[in-house]
Design a protein around this ligand. Structure first.
Ligand code: UTP
Length: 261
């Protein structure tokens, strides 16, 4: 069964991109020639999604909608229905995903963090679908020490198989190098069955007082309901100035190379 809906949480505060994000939502910051959020919708469309549920804050909703719909449909996205959903308060990534529950219903869905853009030619959503095999699946990368305090890290439930998949037995948000259960970090691409919504509805605030998506992944893992896919390359992080510079270089070069003479 193919996945038709993608949830794109884009309602974070974007403090690491101040002052750019004082007025402009982080998801609408331009990377080369289009806003970050458009890359995520295009990626979901390439994987076959026909509906994008974009979780925005109160101010961004109409701007996001205007970007996708004013002046006619964007090329390549003619068949994607854009549905902004408002997260009134930035209570965490898990809370943002929970806000999409009504729009998604009982369907499985891709989840893409808009401030992480895939490198050209390195889409992972299809691999997540294959890895999930009817369960949920999370995209992983082997992390250096520094990153273990900044990402969610999984508890492996099996060895990594030849096809780069493994079972996930749990997850911990920002454990740090001393407490990390592995080096495999969650990197912003997921495929969830709708059971994640029941888990998120019961979650209490975790690290940083936020409702953490990682805590819901922990629950899925403990029940044997989650697989992992270890990606070959990392994503481009446009949520920081340094990351945005790298993303601009990589995506700009790709754009120049693919332009007709
Ligand atoms: P980040 O951890 O990057 O947080 O969120 P942030 O608030 O956007 O940015 P900083 O740390 O203040 O600079 C990861 C993803 O989750 C979304 C963000 O938009 C981003 O895509 N998010 C986070 C929400 O949609 N709502 C939240 O309450 C928190």
């Amino acid at each position: 069964m193919s996945v038709e809906v993608a949830v794109i949480p884009a309602a974070g505060r974007g403090t690491r991109m101040r002052p750019a994000t004082r007025v402009v939502p982080k998801a609408l910051i331009t990377v080369v020639d289009r806003p970050a959020i458009q890359y995520a919708v295009e990626e979901a469309a390439r994987a076959g999604a026909t509906e994008a549920v974009i979780v925005v804050d109160l101010d961004a909703g109409h701007l996001v909608q205007q970007h996708f719909l004013s002046g006619g449909r964007l090329p390549g996205l003619e068949h994607v229905k854009i549905r902004p959903v408002v997260q009134e308060e930035a209570l965490g990534l898990g809370h943002a995903v929970r806000e999409a529950a009504e729009a998604v219903g009982d369907r499985s869905f891709f989840c893409l963090l808009a401030d992480n853009i895939v490198r050209p030619g390195h889409d992972v959503l299809g691999s997540l679908e294959a890895a999930a095999d009817g369960l949920s699946a999370v995209c992983l990368r082997r992390l250096e020490d520094d990153f273990l305090s900044r990402y969610g890290v999984i508890v492996p439930g099996s060895a990594e198989r030849a096809d780069s998949t493994l079972d996930v037995a749990g997850a911990v948000e920002k454990p740090g190098p001393e407490n990390a259960p592995s080096r495999l970090g969650l990197i912003g691409r997921y495929l969830f069955t709708a059971e994640i919504f029941e888990i998120l509805a019961r979650l209490k605030p975790g690290v940083g007082g936020e409702i953490q998506l990682t805590d819901a992944i922990d629950d899925l893992g403990r029940r044997g309901r989650c697989r992992g896919f270890v990606a070959a390359v990392d994503l481009l992080d446009v949520g920081t100035p340094e990351g945005l510079i790298e993303a601009t270089a990589v995506l700009g070069e790709n754009r120049a190379a693919s332009e007709p003479e």
